[in-house]
Ligand binder design. Structure first.
Ligand code: GDD
Length: 336
């Protein structure tokens, strides 16, 4: 059988590196365009940094992808590279739109011109949905993002639809709900919670300070989602899919799960901005700071995942408490 080639944008990020590992296990050859001197620590942690199946290429600007696509004509293209921080997107909407939308459009135009048989996957986001939709949301439900990140993702998402429906490209949107792993950068709440809880249990110190601990998310485990994303690209027809768990947990639930993973007892006191958690000695281990609150962060969005259920008999989803435990134990191990 002929070797499949996958081009991954954003291979050094959480999703890119996890997908690279999965595809290497399946025998794919991987084309990995990166900026000069990329941080390859995720690939290193996954043990694939020296894989002979990955060909790294340096690009300077988006337009360099035209030649890369024309030369390699990849079987599958996974477009993950993005500015992925929702909170920070309020500070820099123009850059976020350029990277997340205009680049996606350039890629699509280049694929249709130079390699129209390539399959294209776009990492769309649950941030595109209307804020107050009754849960659980389905793929066709109303889109109305309320932050620059969501707006840029929706515009790109609609371009993907256009290239599928009008130009005939095999192009899918995976509408990814929050997905975490040991590879998450520190700016995301899961990593912040698990690393600080590990530190507090190991050696004490300053409390973990959070924003809105009542925020609820449909949270999944990134290594599970990567397998689903690959399955999406193996289907006969290109479609859009929610990639979600259809379950909601709060930031506070995550804090509780992380402490409990290390058998450390805490109890919650106070209300609103004064809410805090103390340990059995009465020391404050978690507090709230308004500087971490976000505008319009009142979403309780759950993703109807019936469409991906067909792939999930092969790939079960790791329960919330199990992956929070795995992340916390990993952080604890790193402190030794
Ligand atoms: N980062 C952070 N830091 N978030 C906090 C904190 C804090 O101290 N305290 C509470 N939160 C809340 C945020 O307000 C948000 O409701 C929730 O925790 C999750 O925040 P993040 O982990 O930063 O993720 P996100 O929801 O903004 O964005 C992620 O998920 C999206 C949907 O899948 C990113 O991966 C996006 O790229 C992705 O589209």
């Amino acid at each position: 059988m002929q070797t499949k080639t996958a081009l991954i944008t954003g291979i050094t990020g959480q999703d890119g590196s996890l997908l690279a590992k999965h595809l290497i296990n399946l025998g794919y050859r991987i084309i990995a365009p990166t900026r000069k001197n990329p941080d390859k620590s995720n690939l290193n942690n996954l043990g694939i940094i020296d894989s002979s199946l990955i060909e790294f290429l340096i690009y300077k600007q988006f337009s360099d992808f035209e030649a890369i696509i024309a030369q390699h004509k990849p079987t599958e293209i996974y477009h993950f590279a993005a500015m992925s921080h929702v909170g920070q997107s309020h500070e820099n909407p123009a850059v976020v739109f350029d990277v997340n939308c205009n680049w996606t459009l350039e890629l699509l135009a280049s694929v249709i011109k130079n390699s129209p048989n390539s399959k294209f996957f776009f990492a769309s986001s649950c941030e595109i949905y209307r804020n107050d939709l009754p849960s659980p949301v389905r793929e066709e439900d109303e889109k109305r993002p309320n932050n620059p990140y969501g707006i840029s993702k929706l515009s790109a998402h609609q371009m993907v639809d256009y290239y599928r429906l009008v130009k005939g490209l095999f192009a899918c949107n995976g509408i990814l709900f929050n997905h975490e792993s040991e590879l998450r950068p520190a700016s995301f709440v899961s990593k912040k919670i698990c690393s600080n809880v590990a530190r507090l249990v190991k050696s004490g110190g300053k409390p973990l300070t959070l924003g809105n601990i009542e925020a609820k998310k449909d949270w999944g485990y990134a290594p599970d989602y990567i397998k689903i994303i690959h399955e999406i690209m193996q289907q006969k027809n290109a479609q859009n899919y929610n990639v979600s768990t259809n379950k909601l947990y709060s930031v506070k639930d995550m804090v509780n799960a992380a402490f409990s993973a290390l058998n450390y007892e805490i109890s919650w006191q106070g209300e609103g901005i004064k809410t805090h958690a103390i340990n059995s000695a009465g020391d404050t281990v978690v507090s709230i700071n308004e500087k971490y609150f976000r505008p319009l962060d009142n979403r309780f969005l759950r993703g109807d995942n019936s469409k991906i259920k067909q792939f999930m008999q092969n790939h079960s989803q790791t329960p919330f408490t199990q992956w929070v435990k795995s992340m916390t134990l990993n952080e604890y191990k790193l402190l030794n």
